[in-house]
Each structure stands twice: as structure tokens, then as C-alpha cells.
Ligand binder design. Structure first.
Ligand code: PLP
Length: 463
């Protein structure tokens, strides 16, 4: 199994190489050169298996020679051992035909743990075997950073630097990043938005001298291994609802398009998924793009679902690559237009190809709050604001003849202010992190400048 860049110019890599390097050197994102298939019998045989067993069967063909069967199975087992629900990704019924996929039972209470806990294990194993170390730099709107720090803290082969937009993450998110005491993890508060943090991260990857000197690695959702880990819960939930014999739809609260793209991979593997509904908050660039074919950057408007306050949605490039018939030059051209003019137009053919798989919707701030209140009243389920965006859009767009699964991307206690404002209930943190607000914080403030960031990182890495 080889991985190729969406811009067509970087060398093809193995799974392990693509995982360790993150962004391709031509600025593109790695995607597998072919999609392994799950037959109807393969899906039927997954009935009743544990999450870990399904994870092994789904991911194994993508990994190639990078890990042997036994090692890969052990790493999966270790990755999910910290989750506090035996199903790992349980389904809860909200209404006839409408289900919630709870993805918040991992160590940092957001779906990011599914990928990050596994990636931590895979990095440690691969680097130890190679006798190498790497510097991981990540940009976060809150949840990726906490999941990365949790997954990599204390590991010998990695130093981790997480850039988060100062004042724009929730207090629980910030404390999950700033309270771990291990010397190899660093939370950096950048003066700017998430898009600034993500732009500086891309600048570092494109500054090859720095990239090579510190052996830069990325764990943002542009890292293929993260997308792959997220494919698994689409498969477990589809099988639980009757796949391969019954179709299912998913609504996915979306920012960087990583999670919903994992659903697209599951569909391409043969899981009977009808539609993947992209749910956005008021930062609705993806909804506008799918509705009109024009992708135009706007100002980020801070919302009560901050992990989706994004305009530059990196993984959308992967969907474009397929929609343009895997033409790397076409994708490179669109990305140049976006960089220069802040806009591009999707061709009619590519737009139709996207609409074969993706639908979309948007929830305003009021619609999000009202959905949190309504679900609490009608079902006793407390939703985080991101999950509420999903539930709102699912209810608006769903066709009742097929089951709809909405992804619950974070635990309500991670965003207690929005939940309390809507319901009057302040959701408590799980027991194991009840003392989060008493722990000491370590914060480094950094300017939104490439040079200053690179200097700081070089001063702090262990050699
Ligand atoms: C990251 C995140 C999202 C958006 O996921 P993408 O893969 O970036 O589209 C939605 N909800 C929560 C809680 C998140 O942490």
C-alpha cells in the first residue's frame, strides 16, 4: 500500500513514512493510492466483535508492511484501554431512526482521542524501532491539542508543541493542555485565531531547513493515520444498525473535514452509507461550498462550538482530489487560487461528484442552544454544542426511511458554559479528572510570527 500526495508532486510513501511526515513536501496531503474493500461477508462477520477487533480488520490493509499483525493488534489494544466505556463508541437512540454515536469516552472527552491515542502508540513503536526522535508541532482549536498532549506525554522519542488560539478555547480544553507536568509537552498560546495557528504550522512544514533540522512531524487531522483511525467507528455503528443489509446516513459536526472524510473512506470501502451530512456552525464555508460551488474565505466568527470555528478546512483538499478524478495539478491550482485570492470555484463535474456523497447544513448560535435545550427536555441527553449543531442539521435534513447517526464529538462537560446557558444544568467532569481546576497550569504566550516560534521550539527540544 502506497500513499500519494493530493498535489501530485511529492514521492509516494509507505504508511509509516506518511504517518511520520504528516504534510507532503509539495504542500499536499497523503491519500492511499487504492481503497481496500470490505465485502458484505466481511461486514456480516463483524457483528458482535469488540471495537478493537473491528479496528484491526478495518485498518490492517492500509498499514501494509509498516507493522506486523501481532504488533498492530497490541498497539490497538493499548490505544483504547483508557476509554471508560467497553463499547468505546456506543450508540444511543434519540428518536425513531435517529441515533447518537458517543465519541467522547476517551481520556480528553472528545472524538480526537480515537485517533490520537492510537497515533501515540504507532509513533512510539515506529520511532523506537528506527532509533529516531521527532518534534511534533500541532495547531488546535482546543480538542486536538489536549488529545495530543495526553497521548504523547512522557514518551521518550517525541517533543510536542501545541499552538492554540489564546482566549478562544474553553477552560477545560486549556487546562487539559496546560496542566500535564511532563517535560516533553508544551502548550503555546498564540496571539490569533485557529487559522493563524494552522497557517504558521504549514509555514514550518514548508520551511524545509527547519523541518529537517528538528525532524518535524505533524499530528493534525492532515495526518493520514488520524483519518484512518476514525474510519473504524463508522464501520462499527453501521454494522450495529444492520450493514451490509441496511443503508445508513451520518451527520458529522465539521471543521477541518477530517472526521467526515473518514466516513467517506468507510463508504468507499464498501460500507452501505447513503449520505454524509456536513454540519457547520455559523462558520459555514463548507456548507456554502457544497450549496454553490464557490469556496470563499470569510472572517472567523467565534461561536459556542469553538472546535468548528474554522475557515481553512484542510482535509477538504482530499475530497477535491477524488472529485477531480485524482488530478493533482487541478488541486494544486485551486489551492494556489485560495492562497492568492481567498476563493476558488469548484467545476460542475467535481461539484456533482462531491454531492454524490456529501450533503450539508448549518446551525446558527440560537439553533444550537435551542437544540441542546430540546434534547435535554425530550430525551434527557446533554449534548455539547458541537454535537448539537449535528443533531440540528440531522433533524433538518433527514429522510425518515433510513437510519441517521449523528456523531457526538465531545462530552458536554468540556463546554459547560454553553450547556448550562441552554439547560440550567452544569455537567460535571468525570471522576478521574474532577481535580482539573486545582492543578497548576504552564502557559507560554507566543506571537503570531514564524521566526519567533521556530526559535522557541529549537530552544526547548531535548536532544
Ligand atoms: C475537531 C472537532 C470537530 C471537527 O472535526 P473535523 O475533523 O475537524 O471536521 C467537531 N467537534 C469537536 C468537539 C471537535 O473537537
Amino acid at each position: 500500500m502506497k500513499y500519494v500526495s493530493t498535489r501530485g508532486q511529492a514521492p509516494a510513501l509507505s504508511f509509516e513514512e506518511a504517518m511520520l511526515s504528516g504534510l507532503a513536501r509539495d504542500g499536499g496531503l497523503y491519500v492511499p493510492d487504492e481503497i481496500p474493500q470490505l465485502s458484505a461477508d466481511d461486514l456480516r462477520a463483524m457483528n458482535g466483535l469488540s471495537y478493537e477487533e473491528v479496528a484491526f480488520r478495518v485498518m490492517r490493509p492500509f498499514v501494509g508492511d509498516s507493522f506486523d499483525d501481532e504488533t498492530f493488534g497490541d498497539l490497538i489494544a493499548r490505544a483504547y484501554a483508557q476509554f471508560d466505556h467497553t463499547a468505546r463508541a456506543p450508540l444511543v437512540q434519540l428518536a425513531p431512526g435517529h441515533f447518537l454515536l458517543e465519541l467522547f469516552h476517551g481520556p480528553t472527552l472528545a472524538f480526537k482521542d480515537f485517533a490520537m491515542q492510537l497515533i501515540g502508540q504507532l509513533f512510539e513503536e515506529a520511532l523506537t524501532r528506527r532509533g529516531e526522535r521527532v518534534t511534533i508541532v500541532g495547531a488546535t482549536s482546543g480538542d486536538t491539542g489536549s488529545a495530543a498532549i495526553e497521548a504523547f506525554r512522557g514518551l521518550d522519542a517525541v517533543d510536542v508543541f501545541i499552538l492554540y488560539p489564546e482566549g478562544r478555547v474553553s477552560e477545560v480544553q486549556r487546562r487539559q493542555m496546560t496542566t500535564p507536568t511532563e517535560e516533553n509537552v508544551h502548550a503555546l498560546a498564540i496571539d490569533g485565531h485557529f487559522d493563524d495557528a494552522q497557517a504558521r504550522l504549514k509555514d514550518m512544514f514548508n520551511h524545509f531547513e527547519f523541518r529537517d533540522r528538528v525532524r518535524l512531524a505533524g499530528v493534525n487531522s492532515i495526518n493520514w493515520a488520524r483519518v484512518l483511525a476514525q474510519v473504524v467507528y463508522y464501520v462499527t455503528s453501521a454494522v450495529a444498525l444492520g450493514a451490509p443489509d441496511r443503508k445508513v446516513n451520518f451527520t458529522v459536526p465539521t471543521g477541518n473535514f477530517g472526521d467526515v472524510f473518514a466516513g467517506y473512506i468507510a463508504k468507499r470501502m464498501g460500507v452501505p452509507i447513503d449520505r454524509l451530512v456536513v454540519a457547520t456552525n455559523q462558520n459555514d464555508i463548507l456548507h456554502r461550498t457544497l450549496a454553490t460551488g464557490t469556496h470563499t474565505l470569510d472572517r472567523v466568527q467565534p461561536s459556542i462550538s469553538p472546535s468548528m470555528d474554522i475557515q481553512v478546512s484542510s482535509n477538504f483538499e482530499r475530497a477535491l482530489f477524488d472529485a477531480y478524478g485524482r488530478d493533482g495539478n487541478a488541486v494544486a491550482q485551486l489551492m494556489d487560487e485560495l492562497k492568492t485570492n481567498g476563493t476558488y470555484h469548484v467545476s460542475q463535474g467535481a461539484l456533482e461528484a462531491l454531492r454524490d456523497h456529501f450533503a450539508s447544513g448549518r446551525a446558527s448560535e440560537d439553533e444550537t442552544s435551542a437544540t441542546i435545550a430540546r434534547l435535554w427536555r425530550e430525551t434527557g441527553e446533554l449534548l455539547c454544542p458541537h454535537s448539537a449543531v449535528g443533531v440540528y442539521v440531522a433533524c433538518e435534513t433527514r429522510d425518515r426511511s433510513e437510519p441517521m447517526v449523528t456523531l457526538a464529538t465531545a462530552h458536554p462537560a468540556k463546554f459547560p458554559d454553553a450547556v448550562e446557558a441552554a439547560t440550567g444544568i452544569r455537567p460535571p467532569l468525570p471522576e478521574r479528572m474532577a481535580d482539573l481546576f486545582e492543578r497548576d497550569e504552564r502557559i507560554t504566550r507566543v506571537p503570531n510570527e514564524l521566526d519567533a516560534l521556530e526559535t522557541l521550539i529549537e530552544e526547548r527540544i531535548r536532544t
